[in-house]
Design a protein around this ligand. Sequence first.
Ligand code: BGC
Length: 876
Amino acid sequence: MSTSAPFVRFEHRDGVALGIGEARPRLSWSAPTGAVQVAYELAWHITSPDGIVVDQGAAVVEDDARVLVPWPAAPLPSRARAAVRVRLRDAEGVWGEWSEDAVAERALDAADWEALLIGPAVESEDGDRRPPLLRADFTVPGAVKSARLHLTAHGLVRAEVNGARTTEDTLLPGWTPYQDRLRVHVHDVTDLVRTGANAIGIALADGWYRGRFGFEGGTSDIYGSHIGALVQLEIETDQGSVVVASDGGWRTAPGPLDHASLYDGERYDARFRPKGWSDPGFDDESWDAVVVHDLDKAALSAPDGAPVRCTEELHPVSVTADGDGWLIDYGQNHAGRPRLSLPALPAGTVVTVRHAEVLQDGTLCVRPLREAPSVDQVVSAGEPLVWEPDFTIHGYRYAHLSGIPAKPEPGTIVSRVLHTDMRRIGWFECSDPELNRLHENVRWSLRSNFVDIPTDCPQRDERLGWTGDIQAFAPTAAFLYDVQGMLVDWLRTLSSEQERFGHVPVYVPWIPGGAFWRPWQDIAGWGDAATLVPLALYQASGDAGILARQYPSAKGWVDHVEGLAGESRVWDEGLQLGDWLDPTAPPENPMEAVTDPHLVATAYFARSAAALAEMATVLGLTEDAERYAALAAEVRAAFIARYRVDEAGAQDASADTQTAYALAIAFDIVTDADARARIGDRLAQLVRDSGYTVATGFAGTPLVTWALSATGHVDVAYGLLQSHEAPSWLSTIDRGATTIWERWDSMLESGDVNPGDMTSFNHYALGSVADWMHRVIGGLAPAEPGYRRLRIAPRPGGTLTRATVRHLTPFGPAEVAWTLDDATLTVAFEVPAGTSADVDIPGAPRAVAGPGYHEVVVAREDFDRAGHESSVPLPA
Ligand code: BGC
């Protein structure tokens, strides 16, 4: 057995997991490459904060399981600290090294909260709502052994102890329907608290809670008219425990921010920063008493995912004079905010940063932002200053900086990339630099839109958890990053909003929808997030717990659609967004697609019923499994009878489309082998006839390459993917895209920005083709949920001469790398410990491979004979 030790994780959390919600967290661990595990031993040591041992022990389990294994010890009480390690035994009976201790601490129970929700007096909506500061002094009698800050807020919050920030995490506590669920974050502040006099300071802002947010100018006070913080600092000393809890004795005053808004940006006036406000002994006599607000402590809950953090800093690639200031190009569209290092400017000098994704006529194009101006301002106090806004975020590649006397040095104007801090687990690289750029664009759109919840876009006055977008993109996302924790958390919100409204809203959390959107609109492809997102997460992680938790929601959705479709099983009534934004949709009407929207709706009904049957099977709900499998079969039959897609060209024009065939094939609606081949051929013909241009929107795009490769047209799929003829993926690269666009023509061929008022340059849905790149070009996919069995089936094609795909599966790293030249196709691959792989390489006999490194060499003529003809099965 290799000597490198495994490492242990709790649930879907990385690193030290403070404030976990589970009393019995499941454990997973890596295994050294090449290791064989026939048994494992877990050892645990559970203590209360004052060091009393709650439970300790060890257990040997004769099993090769190491993903999400059940908790071996006593349930964790509130505040308990668990240190867990593992060692593995191989087939020869030899034990490997013990892992390091992995550490988790349990969140507070509702009954443990002494703190009260406190804030400034409630101001009216149109009054002066300057973001406040809150503070309190406290004394610690003995030497500090440990200190934990439990923190949440109505609004956005950050904390300081003795003048230092408690964390680099930002936009806390994120966005949930706060009345149902308010997430608590826990920070280790042991190093900040000291014996004797201490102080704690809290900065608050409106955020999603009561800041202007949403359509048509937005709505303020969505969750309430007050903001407030809930703070409980628990300190262990050699003289016992100290609890510092927010209460009516704390003081508050407006801080240095004039305003802070997610859409508007932030204005910081350094002249009004109360020096030393979070240090002990600060004179807060002129500050006001805080107001205590009601809070249902039952809503307090632990986050499942990581918080938002800065994960990278971008430096300008160019700075050029522009009007009254400087135009900065960061070279990459992204979500983040600036950090400025300013010299001593005369007191009162205003420095302004504006943001935009694109330029029009050489200057910032802010029209697509609609009512999200995204302007940050800092007012100098006459001293040098390093400043980054705290409570806002923008989507941009370009910035315009004004108010400084000379051209800024690049290092003084960095952009801080912000998103949920997820672990990267997927990579793709090939011989076509433009495909590589496309893949990078997908990854950047993922990063830009996984900001606490999965959003549609990071820049304009939306940034909402649109269900249809993540429904399309979840499989791609789950390959590239460990998105499990964040999406599990968001699915809780989907369930609770569904419960609140009796429908799956088109975006969750739900907020007022302007003139058009209502929570009871049932939209196919959007509501299907209830079934298809949990399934995508399960496929990637093997976590059946996600299916169990989401099952009532998924079933609720399918039952609801069953009622809407009625006996006909065809869902042909009501508003549908259909194949949203197919390239023929005019700028002003994104739902005017060529494919019949009710065809799309009925196809999704069939897919979701089948998905639910699959979930029921995994969960052992046999009756449901049969019932929904039968329902899916009825819907499929009704779909074929109504839309006659199997006539392949002879039917109505609105069903003779790339999207209609893609749905019929990829959702396994047409299963008859002849009919399937016929419509696959018809789809390929449509693509060829269009000159290899894309004709699909949100519904068809994730599926069209799959439908082609599943019916023997891998070459046509490559043709479409590598085409530069607009509309196509690569034509966006030719027009300078660094992220995936919302529309195929967000930037027109002329170089003008699309005149539609819905024009974003950073929407991930159309980037869902990357899933096909991973699984078909690279040839790496799970053959069983969670990669316990892998499928290694690359399909070299197009102009490519090599490709590499790599994924950190729950069992460890897997990789496929192939090269193709005139003489041979060489496929090298790595199968993780504890797994096996079904290997299907064109021109080579099918095989099953065990853990380790393998290489298969195929003569070029054998590959050519098998190559493009060999179909690829659909993803599970
Ligand atoms: C969003 C989309 C969303 C759509 C649905 C748009 O404004 O940006 O991505 O799915 O509305 O109508």
